[in-house]
Design a protein around this ligand. Sequence first.
Ligand SMILES: [Zn+2]
Length: 329
Amino acid sequence: MVTEMQETSKQKPPVLVVDIGGTKIIISVLSPEGEVIARQYLLTLADQGPQSVIERMFSAIDQLLEEKDVKSAQLRAISLATAGIIDIKQGLITTSPNLPGWENIALRSIVEEKYKLPTFLLNDADAAALGEHRYGVGKGLSTLILLTLGTGIGGGIIIDGRLYLGATASSAEIGHMVIDANGPECKCGHSGCLETLASGTAVAREAISKINQGEKTTLVDRVNGNIEEISAETVYLAAIEGDPLSLEAIAKAAYYLGIGVVNLVNIFNPEMVVMGGGMANMGDLLLEPVREKVKERAFPFLAKEVRIVPAQLGNDAGIFGAAAFALDY
Ligand SMILES: [Zn+2]
């Protein structure tokens, strides 16, 4: 476990934020101004099931508060961000592909009951959108859309400076926008969703399929012949060294991502589209074709206003956004 601390002179009560990802949990105490007072990481070990994860999360929270000499009564609120389809109003994780066994878990009331504090629960991509809007690359903007490009694609939408929740207060499932109705099968049960065509998984799958068709690439040596170990990252590393197959696999994902962003620009007329998640590290190799596609296919009046940029806060976006959400509500 890693802890770090930064002095804060602010007297307003801090917010405790927990970001529960498929791999790790980040626990932070933040001042209302966004200063990190304390932070701790632990492995999620999601396959041990919700009860075990929640118990370990509680003991890590208790330990962190004790170490920093913060009483839970001194906190203003607790805000939880997790992957999955969240019912924000009920505080439920309805289902989460990265957290096996988390079906209709009333996480908000479980945490509320233990700490007797106002508690909030939201989707991690929504939290990241809010984080980039309040403290990151989109500070001060009115309309912003964030996409998290990883093994899947998540998203969050800010309209008029606030997180857009929708009728059921769930997240913006931008990754499941249908791009090609007859496209590849998606893990949501349908086909041709943006995430099946433009996620990191899609990039790796495309490269592997070309190798299986007999195309030559430096990727095979890069993974010592174990082609199932090819990831979006290995494809990117080969691409920047000029490997044609890898460049093509990324160009194909960028093409579909571009179509998705054209749809978003035409519908929402955002000032900014922010790309976060591991694949955003591909930088202009991925983003430049997206910008070109928007210029080419979105309405020119809308296209000239929108900036398509990488996220700024990295893994911290969710933490800052979840704090902002608690302070907003
Ligand atoms: Zn889908």
